[in-house]
Design a protein around this ligand. Structure first.
Ligand code: SF4
Length: 334
């Protein structure tokens, strides 16, 4: 294994010389760090920034989030996707508020809804200096390359071993900075396709660079097959209002969110012009959805409602509906 002190020393010195200026790096408030970490799961940092700012402006404390209505939380999350994250955040906020404050121990942070090993280590180390190394896709890639280890990272055993390596690299005097430096390296230098080895602070101790194997690492054998799905969304307008349909409370995905109706939802609708097509990907599901204008009256079924455009910012709207509305020139400000 690459010498532990060497890796942490090089990483920390590099991080101290400069890194991306992200708003959540100016705080040690566990609540703000936690919100940022949850938003950053599956979403790029630049895309998260406006959501993070709006969220903290509206819910500046964990007590404010705990007291909010679930729909208000989801409305602010609209567009970020993976909405179970927002629901868990809200549920966990209620537990934290009821307990009288944010937990300071790793096991208690890890026990909150929606918090796994990664988030518990990130929040614990950055907010409270708890000595736990983070392990996500970026860190797995860096460990595989620095160690020149071609083990399959989709195997639990490999992930556990890589976690131990990252844990041994971790500088317990600065666990928060160390974790952020490691994540920053994975996000900006040790890139999946073209790692920037020439400017990498770990170049002198990276075995994959020395062996010329960086491009083949990490190895991931178990790939989930892509599923391609298609459909049509209808933009139905009536006197400046838009017709939306709410997903059932028991729906497996995005329960309670408002969506554009499909032709199957509105069999009596008259289809108008084709507006275009949107694409949307959730994990291995790839959607291509045709967007058409249509005319229809309010159907009898439950869950349909007309909304003024200005009202759309106040309700949770699905990402596909937002994209389709944008394509139709219906833009609203959150
Ligand atoms: S030297 Fe290259 S492969 Fe190794 S950690 Fe740095 S960027 Fe990644």
């Amino acid at each position: 294994m690459a010498a532990r002190h060497r890796v942490s020393g090089l990483l920390l010195a590099w991080y101290a010389r400069g890194h991306r200026d992200l708003p959540w790096r100016h705080t040690r408030d566990p609540y703000a760090i936690w919100v940022s970490e949850i938003m950053l799961q599956q979403t790029r940092a630049q895309a998260v920034i406006p959501y993070y700012r709006r969220f903290l402006e509206r819910f500046p404390t964990v007590a404010a989030l705990a007291a909010a209505a679930e729909d208000d939380v989801l409305a602010l999350w609209s567009g970020l996707g993976y909405y179970s994250r927002a629901r868990n955040l809200w549920r966990a906020a209620q537990r934290i508020a009821a307990a009288g404050g944010f937990p300071r121990e790793y096991a208690a942070i890890r026990a909150l809804p929606g918090i796994g090993d990664y988030t518990a280590a990130a929040v614990g180390s950055i907010a409270f200096d708890l000595p736990y190394a983070v392990l996500d896709g970026n860190v797995l890639r860096v460990v595989a390359r620095v160690e020149n280890d071609a083990s399959d990272i989709s195997a639990g055993r490999t992930r556990e071993r890589f976690r131990e390596i990252a844990q041994q690299w971790l500088d317990a005097r600065e666990p928060g900075h160390f974790n952020q430096a490691l994540m920053e390296l994975g996000a900006t230098v040790c890139l999946p396709r073209n790692p920037l080895c020439l400017v990498c602070p770990l170049a002198t101790c990276c075995r994959a660079r020395l062996e010329g194997t960086a491009a083949q690492l990490p190895v991931k054998l178990r790939k989930t097959a892509a599923v391609r799905l298609s459909g049509t969304l209808l933009v139905v307008r009536n006197r400046g209002r838009i017709l939306l349909r709410q997903r059932d409370a028991g729906a497996s995905r995005m329960a309670g969110f408002w969506d554009l109706p499909s032709p199957e939802d509105l069999p009596a609708a008259e289809l108008g012009e084709r507006i275009g097509e949107i694409r949307h990907t959730i994990t291995h599901h790839h959607y291509s959805l045709e967007v058409c204008s249509a005319t229809a009256s309010l159907p009898d079924g439950e869950g349909f409602r007309w909304f003024k455009i200005a009202q759309l910012a106040e309700i949770p709207v699905s990402t596909t509906a937002r994209k389709a509305l944008q394509l139709a020139g219906i833009v609203y400000k959150l």
